[in-house]
Design a protein. Structure first.
Length: 235
């Protein structure tokens, strides 16, 4: 920010009428933002755990909170998330600057380059956030359904990685089932308490355990599956 202020003060000088190079310098630190975003959730969880389990760390954090509030009028947790929030603001700022910058101006090329780099970092951070959210949802699903671990091991993996080996099965989402439409009977049947669980390679019905304590392997590999939000006679 100080660099931008200094440049604006010298804007009328022969070499002072552009700021794109400053944003190029900012992109040199995007790797740090990516790394921070990838480990943000784990770091936050670890700090919270230490505050509960370690009295020395709790005391340290109380002092840190007081120092942060005195200097920045915000506690540590509010400041800790600032780097994650800053990248989307850079994206919006650079896009806005490009809208008002002539393509023939020297800034346009530099801002475009900086914008591409910051966009990539923003996507990486959003991807990491989505992964963490899915992990939390899956942990909650495991707590509610003890048979889920069996599903993960007993249903074969249907995808291979670039090396030709079986890929790691990744949880994507789960959906509660209220009713199931029977095409033959032409009616809906209530199916409370069941759900569909979508993995990277397979869709599974979560009413897994039979009366004989066997897994009811109701699943569809994703390679032969399509999903629609409308019933249709077309195939």
């Amino acid at each position: 920010m100080q660099r931008i202020c200094d440049r604006l003060d010298s804007w009328l000088s022969p070499k002072g009428d552009h700021i794109g190079d400053i944003f190029e310098l900012v992109t040199a630190f995007t790797g740090d933002y990516s790394s921070f975003g990838a480990h943000f959730d784990r770091g936050q969880k670890h700090c919270s755990q230490l505050r509960v389990e370690n009295s020395d760390f709790k005391f340290f954090f109380e002092q840190l909170d007081n120092t942060c509030y005195t200097q920045f009028k915000a506690k540590f947790d509010s400041l800790y998330i600032t780097p994650v929030q800053r990248i989307p603001r850079y994206v919006m700022l650079i896009r806005d600057l490009l809208k008002h910058t002539n393509e023939r101006h020297p800034d346009h090329k530099e801002l475009t380059k900086a914008g591409l780099i910051v966009d990539r970092v923003a996507r990486e951070i959003n991807t990491n956030i989505s992964i963490k959210e899915r992990e939390k949802k899956f942990e909650s699903l495991l707590e509610k359904n003890s048979s889920m671990n069996r599903i993960m091991t007993e249903i074969p993996v249907f995808e291979k990685n670039s090396e030709g080996k079986l890929a790691t099965r990744i949880f994507l989402n789960s959906f509660e089932i209220k009713s199931i439409y029977d095409l033959k009977a032409d009616k809906c049947e209530t199916k409370e308490g069941n759900s569909l669980v979508l993995f990277s390679d397979v869709l599974v019905m979560s009413s897994f355990i039979t009366a004989k304590n066997e897994i009811n392997k109701s699943f569809v590999p994703s390679k032969i599956m399509w999903i629609t939000d409308k019933l249709t006679d077309e195939v």
